[in-house]
Design a protein around this ligand. Sequence first.
Ligand code: CP
Ligand code: NVA
Length: 309
Amino acid sequence: AASLKGRDFLALADYTPQELRYLIDLAIELKRRQKSGETYHPLKGKTLGMIFEKASTRTRVSFEVGMYQLGGHALFLSGNDLQIGRGEPVSDTAQVLSRYLDGIMIRTFAHRTVIELARSATVPVINGLTDSEHPCQVMADYQTALEHKGRLEGLKVAYIGDGNNMAHSLLMGAAKLGMHMSVATPDGYEPDAGIVAQTRKVAADTGSIIHVCRDPREAIEQADIVYTDVWASMGFEAEQAERERAFAAYQVNEELVKSAKPDYLFMHCLPAHRGEEVSEGVIDGKHSIVFDEAENRLHAQKAILAALL
Ligand code: CP
Ligand code: NVA
């Protein structure tokens, strides 16, 4: 853990495969400790500020509970109530908060806001979701996949839907951890070309195969993990109707999953919209591990907090 102390957690691209695997193993260990009722307070006396410029259920609660369980304290800071909402510069906010806190978690719109915050902060900054990345979610997701499948290397992940923040972080995580990944999106909703190119570079080293296509059936073929996410992410609500039309053929339902492996797992970061990106039968069916994923947000983030703070 000593080697990760003081680092930011902004994107999975910044971490080596070994470091990511270390954090996943630590999360599994902290989960075991918590379930056995052990008290473990490595962050006694430490505080985490949590800036939210978007809504949250899982991220907010799991970070706050996680800090408490590690012996520390978390503060919920709504973007609307901070001076940042009235135009105080991000860099001033970062320098001020660094004088009080031992770490800052931020959920916001532009990824560059998080980069700017991290540049001016003297304490670790953790990305709790931006328009282009959701790295903490993916740490929990791949931990969950590992727990269910017993391995990560060589598994095939199929992502069906919007080439959004989830798609980006899942892609980089898959490449780093040696998993194969196929993404199917409608025309105009592809994952960012720069992130795909960066992912392919990593994949060349780890032996992972990254495939981006149009056809959900092609992407899901023989998949071990089937992943989807909302069609209109936070900040894109105005495009809901237009997106419903564009994504109509991209629902993960009983018919589509017939092409996945018989023992496939269904995953979704939540919140989900039943009847839109996923049918009720699939998300509430026996292949679904969405609540294990949600639970693991707590354990995965405790590992990140314990290692960085
Ligand atoms: N998956 C996720 O980040 O959920 P929240 O938006 O509820 O935090
Ligand atoms: N893509 C979704 C994920 C929510 C956790 C969003 O950004 O709204």
